[in-house]
Ligand binder design. Structure first.
Ligand code: APR
Length: 239
């Protein structure tokens, strides 16, 4: 275990499931009740800005009612204690890693608690609704005042955030761990291959076999709140 210096951890919706947030592809998941092309594409925003905001305003409001779970807290402990490089790359747009204390963190698909102004291109921390309270009454950008805010979420067809930083971390990783993701969406689903190609050991922690399970050196199946604290204890030698 001690030949491991640099770790990259990829998380998906499954790490937040036990906090009460829906995942995407479960039978009762978000993509069962919404069409991606209606709420998570640039075309959807251009076609029906109010609908896109309603979808993300509802998900942002949920954040006030949920808390980080034992998996988020275990990763935050590892992040605080690990002496080598460590990067948590989350596909999630919730704020549960931050609230658990994760510091070395990248939101590659954006974040619900961020607003992106299409007038000044600025990002601002955002709480509460971003849609128009009354028709046409769009909230102003905190930086420039323009009423041109969109959710700071990476839509399908858009480039994920901080890919250079992620690829550099994958190239140096001795261990790549994937937690709570179906391996359905690229480029995240390809990270295991990149890490392995650079000599990293790869581990999957997921509720059930995923599309990428065959690509990992090891897979453990079960709830994240059990698997992640156990794995972190193995890494830190502390229960
Ligand atoms: N513990 C561990 N894993 C879990 C748990 C749990 N309690 N509950 C569900 N899972 C697993 C499921 O088995 C599944 O493999 O989490 C995964 C969730 O898969 P998805 O719903 O596809 O979510 P995710 O992989 O994060 O989706 C990736 O797709 O829709 C886009 O941008 C969106 O970031 C998202 C991306």
């Amino acid at each position: 275990m001690h030949d491991i210096q640099n770790i990259v951890i990829l998380t998906g919706a499954g790490i937040s499931a036990e906090s009460g947030l829906e995942t995407f592809r479960a039978a009762d998941g978000l993509w069962a009740s919404h069409r991606i092309e209606d709420v998570c594409t640039p075309e959807a925003l251009a076609r029906d800005r109010a609908l896109v905001h309603r979808f993300y305003d509802a998900r942002r409001a949920q954040l006030d009612a949920v808390s980080p779970n034992a998996a988020h807290h275990a990763l935050a402990r590892l992040d605080a204690d690990w002496p080598g490089d460590l990067l948590i790359v989350t596909q999630n747009v919730d704020d549960l890693h931050e609230r658990a204390g994760g510091a070395r963190l990248v939101h590659m698909h954006g974040a619900l608690r961020s607003a992106w102004c299409l007038a000044c291109d600025g990002r601002s921390e955002w709480h509460g609704p971003m849609g128009a309270a009354q028709a046409g009454d769009w909230p102003p950008c905190p930086a420039c005042g323009a009423r041109a805010l969109r959710p700071d979420i990476v839509f399908f067809g858009e480039m994920p955030y901080q890919m250079e930083r992620i690829e550099a971390a994958l190239a140096r990783a001795d261990l790549f761990v994937s937690i709570g993701t179906s391996g359905a969406v690229y480029p995240a689903a390809g990270f295991v291959r990149v890490a392995a190609a650079h000599g990293a050991r790869t581990l999957e922690l997921n509720l059930e076999p995923s599309a990428g399970s065959g690509l990992f050196d090891d897979s453990r199946f079960g709830p994240a709140t059990e698997l992640v604290p156990t794995w972190v204890a193995e890494m830190t030698g502390r229960v």
